[in-house]
Design a protein around this ligand. Structure first.
Ligand SMILES: NC(=O)c1ccc[n+]([C@@H]2O[C@H](COP(=O)([O-])OP(=O)(O)OC[C@H]3O[C@@H](n4cnc5c(N)ncnc54)[C@H](OP(=O)(O)O)[C@@H]3O)[C@@H](O)[C@H]2O)c1
Length: 209
């Protein structure tokens, strides 16, 4: 099995990389921080790919390097707290790039093995439709629509696009918001469950953890 994890140096991405290492024949790990990525890839005997998801060329090169994949896990993401009347363009775009534009570019250039599956990490919309999270809430909602279209465009080829709604998980994603809630789950536990669900025979399009 050929697996590509996007955002593998993030909290959930790294936990997933550790979960998948040893199960995949070929494991490709993507990250933006070259030093951290190379150390992780070396430890897990995986192939590192450094790319900024904001660059179409970088994403094209990444997907070409990874080649046809059986499992794609999109674990990149970003959040910011800014009121709509105060938000600045670079911050808004950084959040949209990580949560939506990067995913759109990955789908644009992905090559699939037969019956491939792609997993994207989403939210419970009611939890994020709150003051200050405009960029996060809207980019995650757009991602869901993108996956709805992708399911139809690739249906004939049998490619599955799965959205996992996650509760709060203790990762650096929370840094711009302060700290995670006390009941946040640990990334290792979430990663194990995600991989188990992704490998289920009859996995639904949307899964809630
Ligand atoms: N943690 C939660 O409570 C929670 C809940 C629901 C859904 N999710 C979703 O789960 C996913 C993973 O979240 P996480 O908690 O693991 O977050 P995280 O620890 O902050 O990791 C996110 C990763 O995305 C990377 N990234 C951001 N922008 C990028 C860009 N332009 N190019 C390349 N890489 C970029 C980051 O790279 P750098 O390290 O270089 O910035 C980081 O490695 C996200 O989509 C998030 O929305 C998380």
């Amino acid at each position: 099995m050929r697996v590509l994890i996007i955002g593998a140096t993030g909290g959930i991405g790294e936990a997933l990389a550790r979960q998948v290492a040893g199960r995949a024949e070929q494991l490709w790990l993507h990250g933006r921080n070259a030093e951290a990525l190379r150390a992780l890839a070396w430890e897990l005997r995986a192939h590192p790919i450094v790319a900024d998801l904001g660059s179409e060329e970088a994403v094209r090169a990444m997907m070409s390097q990874a080649g046809p994949i059986d499992r794609l896990i999109y674990a990149a993401g970003a959040v910011a707290r800014q009121a709509l009347r105060e938000h600045d363009e670079p911050t808004w775009h950084a959040v949209w790039t990580a949560n939506f534009e990067g995913a759109r570019r990955v789908l644009r250039f992905a090559q699939w093995q037969p019956r491939a599956r792609a997993l994207f990490l989403g939210v419970y919309p009611d939890y994020v439709r709150v003051p200050g999270l405009g960029a996060y809430a809207t980019s995650k909602a757009a991602l869901e629509e993108l996956l709805g279209v992708a399911r139809k465009e690739w249906r004939a080829e049998g490619i599955r696009f799965i959205l996992a709604r996650l509760p709060a998980v203790r990762t650096p994603l929370w840094n711009p918001l302060g700290s995670p809630p006390r009941n946040a789950l640990e990334p290792d536990a979430i990663a194990a469950r995600l991989w188990e669900l992704l490998e289920q025979e009859d996995v639904p399009d949307v899964i809630s953890l």
